[in-house]
Design a protein around this ligand. Structure first.
Ligand code: 13P
Length: 282
């Protein structure tokens, strides 16, 4: 049996994974992360956070403490919502993006150092909306991964294919290439800090979710690909989340897949009840 404990720079316990080799039972960190995208005013963000913290404390509290919730608001709400977490243990703060440069004359950008100074713990990197609308490349995403890790924050790396690629049967190779080009330069110890989110583009915001078979197939392929580079043990410990129209009514089926370790949630993360119900779906 092996235990891995990671510490952030304040030496607080950061995350914890258990790997039982003897009987092939593997427990990975379960995560439900809410990507709020470009939504909510300050007041709306405050209400949503307070509601999530309240429902979480009442309902997830004791028996589901092993599920981590990560709230990823727009940058401008980060300090406001962090102050509402209070002493809640299983809720973490994430950002939706990060600059690919360290610092300097990049008007409008937000650096890793700035996010870290606000105690941001996770950063979503390479979301398909950033790839599509802001033309982020796998190489730029690799730089963002490095900057995030350099400030002791944990990347949530997004990958996902278009419907066109899936129809042509190229979806698996495409995802493998996204992963290789943005993550395979990492050391084993850095890769262990990465969370992967598989988000098929055709399922994002469309109400059309991947079937559990499609999700399981891709998650298993992703894990195999990770194992080919970083070894089976690290692959077995990596949390791989599903994203794309994940809702309370389909989360249970998707989370039951052996290689799905949680979700990256868009629309349903804007409703406190829906978000917590999804987190209760393991
Ligand atoms: P939806 O849940 O709204 O489909 O969004 C998924 C997503 O893009 C999360 O990052």
């Amino acid at each position: 049996m092996e235990f891995s404990v990671f510490f952030n720079k304040k030496k607080e316990k950061f995350y914890f994974k258990i790997h039982l080799n003897s009987n092939q039972t593997i427990m990975r960190q379960k995560i439900v992360a809410g990507n709020w995208k470009m939504n909510l005013t300050k007041e709306e963000a405050q209400s949503l956070t307070s509601e999530i913290v309240g429902i979480n404390n009442d309902e997830l509290g004791t028996n589901q403490q092993d599920v981590k919730l990560i709230l990823c608001p727009p940058f401008i709400h980060i300090s406001t919502i962090k102050s509402l977490f209070k002493s809640t243990k299983n809720i973490y703060l994430g950002a939706q993006n990060i600059a690919s440069q360290d610092k300097g004359a990049y008007t409008g950008e937000i650096s890793a150092e700035m996010l870290s100074s606000y105690q941001v713990e996770y950063v979503i990197i390479g979301h398909s909306e950033r790839r599509q609308y802001f033309e982020e490349t796998n190489q730029e995403i690799a730089q963002k991964i490095d900057l995030t890790l350099s400030k002791n924050m944990l990347p949530i790396f997004c990958c996902g294919e278009t419907l066109e690629l899936r129809k042509k049967g190229n979806h698996i190779d495409f995802i493998k290439n996204q992963i290789s080009e943005s993550l395979f330069h990492l050391s084993n110890s850095d890769f262990e800090k990465v969370v992967i989110a598989y988000e098929p583009i055709w399922a994002i915001g469309t109400g059309k979710t991947a079937s559990s078979q499609q999700a399981q197939e891709m998650h298993a392929e992703i894990r195999k690909h990770i194992a080919s580079k970083f070894g089976q043990q690290i692959a077995d410990q990596t949390s791989i989340l599903y994203g794309g129209s994940c809702k309370p009514n389909n989360a249970k089926e998707i989370f039951a897949c052996p290689d799905v370790d949680g979700g990256l949630i868009g629309g349903a993360a804007l409703k406190s009840r829906d978000f917590v119900e999804i987190a209760k779906s393991f």
